[in-house]
Design a protein around this ligand. Sequence first.
Ligand SMILES: O=C(CO)COP(=O)(O)O
Length: 267
Amino acid sequence: MISTKPLIVGNWKMNGLRSATGELHKLINGLGEQGSPSAEVMICPPLTLVMAFSHIASESELQIGAQDCHTEISGAYTGDVSAEMLADAGASAVILGHSERRSYHGERDRDVRDKARAAYRAGLQAIICVGETEGQRRLGLTFDVLRRQLHGSVPASATRRNTIVAYEPVWAIGTGKTPTREEIGEAHNFIAQELGSVLGGEASAGFRILYGGSVTPDNAAMVLSAMDVHGALVGGASLKADSLLAIASAQPQPQSSMTSAQDHVSP
Ligand SMILES: O=C(CO)COP(=O)(O)O
């Protein structure tokens, strides 16, 4: 199915006990009340909630994803979870290469790429995160970093059906700081072009590129109206149904320099 709607993904990170199920019901009801919601919505809860949330969301439009996976199908990897297990638990996508995984778990670009291949093998969409640190931006290295991460992390077999790219400047995550609309647009346009060089022009057309980093109901319309932005990856503001619903119903502000909406493929 082809969709031109933005995709709003809530990354709950390491937050949420079973008692958070109430927020999930609120979210599903809120989306239902919107009739035809203006965005697609996905929640990526901690692993302990993936199966329960998938079950609850199964009759709704809400999609459920996970936050990481191992590269192997099964084996002696204590504490790890395979992409097949996530799919078995009802997930349809998995976030990979988040900056918190890259910095706290030492994940390298090639690890992210191998995990993305594992996600494809299990039939999951990979949401591959890239983004520069504050220091790298200050040194003018943003595009170099994005180029290196895209070439290293995105498998050659990536397609617009199995992969979503998320631009998350590390300095904007959880800080309340966001780039300007122009800076977001520049980075997204660069990513769109660079995917052409990673995958070839034809294969890279129509890729969804999400923006992440301090997205709130107050700035969502600005973020969603930046060039080549096809949705948002939301951390803190996704934990409350009301604020995620407000982000999902934000109307992009019109601007003359906006690119026309491309066709995007739903999972
Ligand atoms: O890391 C993020 C989403 O993956 C962004 O987190 P915040 O929205 O809390 O800044």
